[in-house]
Write a protein that binds this ligand. Sequence first.
Ligand SMILES: [Zn+2]
Length: 512
Amino acid sequence: MRTLFRLALGTGLAWSAAGAQTAPVHGVRPARLIIRNATVVDGNGTPAKGPFDIVVEGGTITQMIPLDAVAGRSAGSRRARADSNTAEIDATGKYVLPGLINAHAHLQDERGGTAQPIEYELKIWLASGITTVRDVGSPTTKALEWRDASAKGTLAAPRILVYPQFGRPTNADSARARVRSLKRQGVDGIKLLGIDRDIMQVMEEEAHKAGLRVAHHVGVEETNAWDDIHFGTTSIEHWYGIPDAAILDRVQGFPSYYNYNNETDRFRWAGHLWREADPKRLDTVLDSMVARHVAWVPTFDIYEASRDLQRAQTQPWFTDYLHPTLAEYFKPDPANHGSYFFGWSSTDETFWKENYKIWMNAVREFEQKGGLVGAGDDAGFIYQMYGFGLIRELELHQEAGFSPIKVIQHATGNNARILGKEDEIGRVRQGFKADLIVVNGNPLENLKVLYATGVDDVKNGQAVHTGGVEWTIKDGIPYNGPTLMREVKDIVAKARASRPTKADKTDRSDPR
Ligand SMILES: [Zn+2]
């Protein structure tokens, strides 16, 4: 059917004759950009439609010209006109989506104290179709600088929203002062991680007054989802706090030796958490989150090593694209957050597999009840790479039972709502920011086509390597996916070549 469509459209359309067709220049915003003949998957949970000519002027989508597939011959007169300042992308047979939004990201220019160039992460994000990230914990001053440079177009990066970690003020006054000082610094929101209930209450009051949104990574602590429901948290990150709020005895059945600060204990017993949630109580928790508009960004991908360590450790893109600093950080090491795989057993993985089933069902039910589900990858920890982690997250949303149309909505329109930017981004719509991706393949059939390394397929009996995001357009600036990945590969190759060998390291060690 698709082939017939394209054939019908291909006849009688001589749009390129109207002006010299010019390919976009990587990283340079053209005065006018036309994406021709695009099949569009919007970010609002509606099916694919098209084809369209999409016209971008400056940083804005200014026209969506529908090309009637049935009456293809007469559509020619309505095609967008190109002049000498127009760049054009032929999207025939390709899919155009809103740029993906990564709602749980960390800007990282080091891992475990070793430098890693920020461009490495930013380029993989762009190559993965990510045009916006919500940073939920990084060095705040640097993050604000990167945010502003990205906004000015001087740094090749997604849009950045900065939600600094709140820290742990010890009294109400200092909590209020901390909110006000963050507001003065110009942050976009605040990230909570481990907080006492009384401090959380005043902090949220102050944040609402200041117009700052709150993302909460609930720790194993005295607060749980009921506090988010009562105090008005914008989004619960990950999942902790939700099953906890549904445990009838109010505390998980930890073994006597459990110590939260021992990450092997912590992640091992987290794998037993969902089974302890009372299903009826969980239903009430989910209903209450929906009623009070608490969104949920589950980050399934970041715990996947706990249910399948070998899969996590052998991802194919590690070969050419895993930076040696990140590779080192991923290795089991009690000093690095998330590097807890000591004695990780088949029993641990089996508990985690069950944990995922209950968790995925809960996220699905939450959306069925009317809850707002977002998507983020939390990459840079636990074997998850930037960008690839978000695409894996989308696959896991599909595994949870969501259709790809809904999955794409999670990463676009829904995330835009979580960020409070639903009038600007997350849609392919006239008047919205020109944050668009041109995908080689149909993500509604296979979300894997979004991976920056592409997919293997067969065409006319021949093996072909295809897929990938061909163009990521952020704020009207086109970035070529394969070009970005070549640059990333180069960054990694150079870093590997200049990395001290093990022998060098031994030579320099403390002569104790
Ligand atoms: Zn995180």
